[in-house]
Design a protein. Structure first.
Lengths: 122, 395, 332
């Protein structure tokens, strides 16, 4: 039902307009009314009052990638679960067995990941 | 790809001097692998004020006011430490009992006040914001008492060579009794919020461990040392200012982690309260300062009638007193640990050299050891558990 | 007039959108005010009470202050991303409110008006999808600022939000099974007889814990743990851009409270008062809960937080689904 999404589209456009207008207004106001003291040091990224050592964007810990990958796996599980949940009353026992197996497999997967130490942060 | 590239590179992160949880202007250079601290290097000196050098150009009475500013969370303890050293230099042994008793009372109140700031900051560093405000509410009561006796809330300079600056005012006892009555309930309140709180225990138990041997090797004193299970308290081992007459226990920890230090300090507050109550109950009558006109200025009313008093007054305030040539070291148990004063006299009215042994400067040495291999979040818990005062670290 | 009639529904939508944004921004402003006042009371302080009666104009004063702050763009920033990240954070927060039903249909000027913007047949999914998009704002902000504290905060934040989205999504499945729909409007109607909190207590518990983590509120406010990471991903932001992150956080809090009310507490349904009032009261109760938690609890450590999500909440929510399904089958 694409027409259901029309309000969302309009709302989206207005929301984006609001956000962009906010940022633009603030820049304008800042330009017009705020006394600026041009100082190069002011633009240095914050690092507790010292000069930053080395770049800020750099490789980070592999654990974060792991979380992202695991998230995708389990998020797809959720995507499968939602439609199943909606029609569960009609599926009854068959739905329970099918989804029970599906969840069991993922549960085993979680235990595997757990035992492998992918959930530890050290 | 070389083998080297497969490793995560470490990130050097400056924590402080301008950081919300470095308790002033401590700078830590952290080498992080992910969020794990590989190496932590404290960098101090951002609050250096040259206080020890300044003391060399003031007379002994004037110098008292400097030590308020060294450890601004425990000014009275610092007053006492310096005054005891000067008294030893002058060989004064007959401090009036009332003065001694009041000194103990006030210094123990000061210990509670200092521990309250520590508890508040430790709590806020771990995220328990409310405890911070509760602690400051109670500290306010103590500071009001200090204001009552000395006129100043923080920089009291109340303890003088030979006794106290003046006697306590009326209403002092009631105020202290009010505090003694209400405070145990407040400590219970803090403990309800924290001691058995699972999140609090998660954040503190097993964090920043320091074994007894390590603690001794690093020269750590005070609640950190006692948290590691070593019974060392100068009030017990070398009693000063009539501490031997008071009954109190020295709380000890076992594991030397942040949690044990927390428990030690909480129990120390309860013990200090006991001492305050004992001191108040036995408070003797009599003068609060010795009657030696060469050291102590004459009472105000004598100035109108006695020429000799005027001369003494003039001499003491323009020149000060001159201790004999010599050097002494006196240490007391400050809220943060062994607070020592080494005073050298060359026979003039100004100290030749004063060297403070500030407990938090030496305790800070233990920080890199505590942080090794811990997470970034533990850094703030460990800094707070050392209870550093940067004024004292840098002097 | 006849010619214009097809435009009337669109006009209504435009007006409703405007009202929704205005209401959310106002709600944000007063949620902050309430938080400051309530926290102050809990901490034996007074809180803001200077601007207007009871400090009620404080949000306005803050808005003016924030708008007139100098805009600073750090030298290492990736400028377009840096500028747009606050919007990327705010817009999904605003959008996810579109499917929340505040009340049943009402009639104004002969027009039937629904008290929600859209009744999607995938309403719940839509909310979760937008929650995922919201993570982008934070990651981009932290990455584009060019500051280590922002970067660490953004990493933490994204990992945390991803991890807690799983139990959050799984915890509502039980309620969806009971209702047999993904539409929030129909979910409210399904709770005519019994609120789902009674049938799904475990599901609700998992939901509320994950929700606190998902919107980065204490005790899970690690991305902006100010004692460790200063201000986290928005360390380098000033002025309205900073306020947008703040706004996104509070609007997310309001949306998550709304979802909790809609899924577990019967939405706008309740006796005596009009529906919208019930909705408002229930959401306010949740916001109070959020504030209460913040005033009471210390902050979790990051590794414990992640382990709590993956090792406790995730298995628990799976168990909850299977248990719900088994009971439903058993009862026929």
């Amino acid at each position: 039902m694409p027409e259901d999404y029309l309000p969302i589209l309009i709302y989206f456009l207005i929301a984006v307009g609001f956000a962009l207008a906010g940022i633009a207004t603030s820049h304008l106001l800042s330009f017009l009314f705020v006394r600026r003291r041009a100082a190069k040091d002011k633009l240095i990224p914050y690092e507790s009052g010292m000069l930053p050592q080395g770049p800020a964007r750099r490789r980070f810990h592999v654990q974060f990638y792991l979380v992202a990958v695991l998230f995708i796996l389990f998020d797809i599980e959720i995507v499968f679960l939602f439609p199943w949940a909606v029609v569960f009353r009609e599926l009854q026992i068959l739905g329970l067995i099918e989804m029970g197996l599906f969840i069991l497999v993922l549960f085993l997967g979680l235990i595997y990941v757990w035992k492998k130490g992918a959930l530890e942060w050290e | 790809m070389s083998q080297n590239a497969a490793r995560t590179e470490t990130m050097v992160l400056n924590m402080g001097p301008h950081h919300p949880s470095t308790h002033g202007v401590l700078r830590l250079i952290l080498e992080l692998d992910g969020e794990v601290v590989v190496k932590a290097t404290p960098d101090i000196g951002y609050l250096h004020t040259g206080i020890e050098k300044t003391a060399e150009s003031l007379n002994y009475t004037g110098a008292i006011s400097l030590w308020d500013r060294v450890d601004y969370l425990a000014p009275l303890s610092n007053n006492l430490g310096f005054v005891l050293a000067v008294e030893k230099l002058l060989d004064i042994a007959n401090i009036p009992p009332r003065a001694q008793c009041l000194r103990v009372l006030l210094v123990e109140l000061q210990r509670i006040a200092s521990h309250l700031v520590w508890l508040g900051t430790q709590a806020i560093d771990i995220g328990a914001v409310s405890v911070f405000l509760y602690c400051f509410r109670e500290r306010e009561q103590i500071i009001d008492i200090f204001e009552m006796v000395s006129g100043a809330r923080m920089m009291t300079s109340y303890i003088r060579v030979g006794g106290l600056a003046q006697d306590i005012p009326e209403g002092f006892e009631k105020k202290v009794r009010d505090f003694i009555r209400t405070f145990p309930k407040r400590i219970d309140e803090y403990e309800t919020l924290l001691t058995q709180n699972q999140i609090w225990r998660d954040r503190t138990v097993g964090i920043g461990k320091l074994s007894a041997e390590e603690a001794i090797d690093l020269g750590v004193t005070g609640p950190i040392l006692r948290g590691s299970g070593l019974n060392w308290d100068i009030r017990k081992s070398h009693p000063y200012s009539s501490y031997e007459q008071f009954e109190f226990e020295v709380p000890l920890g076992q594991n030397g982690d942040v949690y044990d230090r927390y428990l030690c300090r909480i129990r120390e507050m309860r013990e200090s309260l006991k001492i305050v109550e004992q001191a108040l109950n036995r408070l003797p009558k009599g003068p609060v300062i010795i009657d030696d006109r060469k050291i102590v200025p004459p009472p105000r009313e004598e100035l109108a009638t006695s020429m000799e008093a005027v001369i003494h007054h003039f001499k003491i305030y323009t020149e000060g007193f001159k201790p004999p040539v010599g050097e002494v070291y006196v240490s007391i148990e400050g809220p943060r640990g062994e607070l020592g004063f080494f005073v050298v006299s060359d026979g003039s009215a100004q100290p030749y050299r004063v060297r403070v042994r500030p407990p938090s400067f030496i305790n800070l040495q233990a920080l890199p050891r505590m942080l090794q291999g811990r997470l970034l979040a533990d850094v703030v818990a460990c800094i707070a558990s050392i209870d550093i005062v940067l004024g004292e670290v840098d002097r | 007039m006849e010619l214009l009639s097809p435009l009337v529904p669109i006009l209504i939508i435009v007006i409703k959108s405007g009202v929704a944004i205005f209401a959310l921004v106002t709600a944000f402003a007063y949620a902050v005010w309430i938080e400051r006042r309530v926290m102050a009371r809990m901490q034996s302080r007074i809180g803001p009470n200077r601007a207007g009666p009871f400090g009620l104009l404080q949000p306005l004063a803050d808005a003016v202050k924030v708008l007139l702050k100098e805009e600073i763009i750090p030298q290492d920033a990736k400028v377009p991303i840096y500028l747009l990240a606050p919007a990327v954070s705010l817009v999904p927060a605003l959008l996810s409110f579109a499917v929340v039903p505040i009340g049943p249909e009402i009639e104004i000027l002969g027009q039937k008006i629904t008290l929600y913007l859209a009744d999607l047949n995938v309403g719940v999914l839509y909310v979760f999808a937008l929650a995922s998009v919201g993570v982008y704002g934070i990651v981009l902000a932290g990455w584009s600022s060019g500051s280590k504290y922002s970067f660490l905060g953004a990493l933490r934040s994204s990992a945390q939000m991803l991890s807690y989205e799983l139990p959050l999504g799984l915890s509502v499945v039980g309620a969806l099974m009971l209702a047999g729909t993904l539409s929030l409007v129909q979910l409210v109607e399904a709770q005519k007889n019994a609120w789902f909190i009674l049938l799904q207590p475990l599901g609700f518990l998992i939901f509320i814990v994950s929700a606190v983590a998902e919107v980065n509120r204490a005790p899970f406010d690690l991305p902006e743990a100010e004692t460790e990471l200063v201000a986290g991903y928005h360390t380098e932001y000033t002025s309205i851009k900073w306020a947008f992150f703040y706004m996104a956080e509070y609007i997310n809090m309001i949306v998550v409270s709304s979802i909790a009310v809609t899924l577990f507490f019967g939405g706008w349904q309740g006796p005596f008062f009009p529906p919208a009032v019930w909705y408002f009261l229930k959401v306010a109760a949740f916001i109070f809960l959020f504030i209460w938690l913040r005033a009471t609890l210390p902050r979790l450590r990051y590794d414990r937080l992640m382990q709590f999500g993956w090792k406790i909440l995730l298995p628990l929510s799976l168990v909850n689904i299977i248990a719900t399904a088994a009971i439903m089958v058993w009862q026929g």
